[in-house]
Design a protein around this ligand. Sequence first.
Ligand code: ZN
Length: 131
Amino acid sequence: MPDSPRSGIVPFFRARCPRCGKGNVFVNKVMSFKKFSDTLDECPKCHLKYEPETGFFVGSMYWTYALLVGLTVILSVVLYQIDLFEEAVYIIPLIIIFLLPWVFRYGRLLMLYVVYPIMYKEMFYGKDNEL
Ligand SMILES: [Zn+2]
C-alpha cells in the first residue's frame, strides 16, 4: 500500500507525524530537558491537528505507565542476569529518571499512532477516505 496514510515505525521512533511521517510532533529536541514535552498544535507538513480534543494526551499516562512497567521488568531481568539484582533498587530508579523524557514522549506518540487513527478516524484519514 504505497499511498497508505499510516507512516510506519521509522517516523514513530523519529517522533514524526503519524499521518505523513514528515512533520515534527514536538517543538524541541528531547535533550532540551526543560521543554521536552511541548507538542506542536498541528503537523507543519500535512496540518493534522495533533490534539483532536482537549485532554487527548491525558491517555498517554496509560502508555507511559505500560512503558515504565516494561522497562522495569527488562532492567530487573538484566540486573539479575549480571548479579546486580540487590542494587536494582538504586539502579532502576536512576535509569528511569534519566529515560523519563523519552518515555514521556513515546507515551504521547503511542496515543498519536495507536489511539488517534482508531478513535478519530475521520480527522486522521480525512472525511472522503473510506478506510
Ligand atoms: Zn503530517
